[in-house]
Design a binder for this molecule. Structure first.
Ligand code: UDP
Ligand code: MG
Length: 334
């Protein structure tokens, strides 16, 4: 892994805010994201940095990020050695960010950068985590909205700690929380859960989530189901307990039914019937067993991944662009 360059001589003000932006094939939106983001950051008196994490894009997003116009913020461009997924890209950003507070922002402008000052104000009031809850999800299908709502409900019922509903990755974290998350040894990084796990002082603000500005979503339903399983297995072992309860219920009912069959045969005799009920019992039991085995496999597979202890991502290149005075940055943008 490359080491960061030393800060320019004489630069002693600490970085107040780091904005982490994961990028995967985002050339279509990157210029407008950059101009909206830098406009907001230029208006802040504090020293800020933007951390662009290129997650193995094949459309030149990394080169484009490196060549973006300078601003009053430092630009740090990381490129991962291949596509590792958004969770890994965010982890990489979190370990490179140097700010006293950190905001995670999607590149597609679904999370409006204009809300950053409001989030920072809450951090100044002493909050460690500022969750941004989606009031409305514009540009998302009915099915996606309903399945997301159902998923959050199930996840919260299963998990031992509350995971805020309808809060994506867009949020502010204090340095203390970022350090705790960076120190976690686990490889299954379901970030929405990990961000809530440290606790500390949390506040939730509401916002309207805009539709993606350009380009396509990088998620399909198979990926989303994988992410959903990661979330459940990372924060709960309750499904295993449910499997035990299901087994216990089925076995108890089978014993009771068995006793009833014996008693019935002894009292009234048996006329050898019951083929359909036999099939139902066999299929139902087989189904429950397979489901429980699959569930065990989900957990076991994750134990296997943790045991291998491979890194979550590899960083290829790191470049840093120093900040400019606000006037010079404004002139460069004109
Ligand atoms: N992203 C990433 N790696 C991936 C997929 C997505 O870094 O493998 C980034 C993507 O560039 C964007 C953010 O994650 O900045 C959210 O992706 P997207 O908008 O496609 O997700 P959605 O909003 O549809 O859930
Ligand atoms: Mg998006």
């Amino acid at each position: 892994m490359l080491k960061l360059k030393a800060l320019p001589k004489g630069e002693i003000t600490p970085i107040t805010l780091s904005v982490i932006v994961p990028l995967y094939n985002e050339t279509e939106v990157l210029p407008s994201l950059h101009s909206r983001l830098t406009m907001v950051l230029d208006s802040l008196p504090e020293r800020c940095e933007i951390v662009y994490v290129d997650d193995g894009s094949v459309d030149g997003s990394h080169q484009m990020a490196q060549a973006l116009p300078a601003s009053s913020s430092e630009h740090l461009c990381l490129s991962l050695s291949r596509n590792f997924g958004k969770e890994a890209a965010m982890s990489a950003g979190l370990s490179y960010a140097r700010g006293q507070s950190v905001i995670l922002l999607d590149a597609d402008l679904q999370d409006p950068p204009e809300l950053i000052p409001e989030m920072l104000a809450k951090w100044r009031e002493g909050y460690d985590v500022v969750n941004m809850q989606r009031r409305r999800r514009l540009g998302e299908s009915w099915f996606k909205r309903t399945s997301a709502a159902a998923y959050y409900r199930i996840l919260n019922w299963l998990s031992e700690m509350p995971i805020p509903e309808n809060v994506g990755d867009f949020r502010l974290l204090s340095r203390q929380v970022v350090d705790q998350i960076n120190a976690l040894p686990e490889r299954n990084r379901y970030m929405k859960g990990l961000f809530a796990w440290p606790g500390f002082r949390q506040i939730t603000l509401q916002f309207d989530r805009d539709p993606r500005q350009a380009g396509d979503t990088k998620w399909n339903y198979t990926k989303l189901i994988g992410l959903a399983m990661d979330g459940i297995t990372a924060f709960s072992i309750r499904p295993l307990r449910l499997a035990t309860w299901a087994g216990l219920t089925v076995a108890t009912s089978a014993f009771l039914y068995g006793a009833w069959v014996v008693a019935k045969t002894l009292i009234w005799g048996e006329s050898v019937a019951g083929y359909p009920s036999l099939m139902v019992a066999i299929l139902a039991l087989g189904g429950v067993q397979l489901l429980a085995m699959g569930l065990l496999g989900e957990y076991l597979g994750r134990v296997y991944i943790e045991a291998k202890a491979r890194p979550n991502y590899l960083v290829g290149e790191v470049t840093e662009h120093p900040r400019q005075s606000i006037r010079a940055a404004q002139e460069a943008q004109q």
